[in-house]
Design a binder for this molecule. Sequence first.
Ligand SMILES: [Zn+2]
Length: 304
Amino acid sequence: MKTSYAIGIDIGGSGLKCGVVDSNGTLLYHFIFPIDQTYSQGEVIALIVAAIRKCAAQAPGMISGVGIGFPGIVQNNVIIGGGDNLPDFKDVDLGAQISASTHLEVIVDNDVNMMALGELRYGAAAGCSDVVFLTVGTGIGGSLIINGEPYGGYQNRGGELGHLTINHGGKSCACGGTGCLEAYASVSALISRYAELHEAEVSDEFNGKLIVSNYLAGEPHALKAMQEHLDYLSTGIAGLVNIFSPQKIVIGGGISEAGSFYIEEITHRVRQKAIPVCAADMVVVAAALGNRAGLLGCTALFTN
Ligand SMILES: [Zn+2]
């Protein structure tokens, strides 16, 4: 079979991750264009076009398409909004604009959906048909694969798994709601709780890595904060298991690389909380592709 090549552009708040991927899922060439909140919509679009040209010049063969991951709500290649770090992107037909400038087929979707596609095609969820994907970091992102296809709800407006309510009337969340999984089980929430137990302000001194290493060393505040984190996260996951009965729960984000204890503790707790028949075939795993997941997912629909 002839090798095909595709270009991925993973848009984040601080940069565009760009790369060329072949049909084996090998990232042949990649670079980052830094951006920040001061960049206008036009400037970001011009950079995307420049990045695609740079990638195309490096590809060893014909480009079959361009996949773009955007941190917000995307419907039919149109960015509806919701990009917290890119507020200028509202009702932007990014797919059509980029396609017109580059004469390439373009697919745009939410960045977490693209990561989930990467894990489905090449990573921790390869071979699965029903998957719940969560990224646990500053916030909690989510994506669903049902019957082998991404599921985003009507007009791709759903899949906000981090905003599952786990505590009625609880903590305020960035989404405007209260009591969301993200407000309790994100790494930011873990850090805040740990600082609170130390009766200290949240500062750069406190981070996920420190809490994990103190937890493994048995430091009481780290034990307490981490136990709470695991309880909250597994409560949310158990609810998702009861609804979707996935084959795999894939957990991404830096904390998923904390060590095997993390996945084991989550698994144990989810099994205690979920309806046994719903969790019968469920396996919790760490994401396998790390920070390449987004680029590999962006290109997955064009390489076969
Ligand atoms: Zn929320």
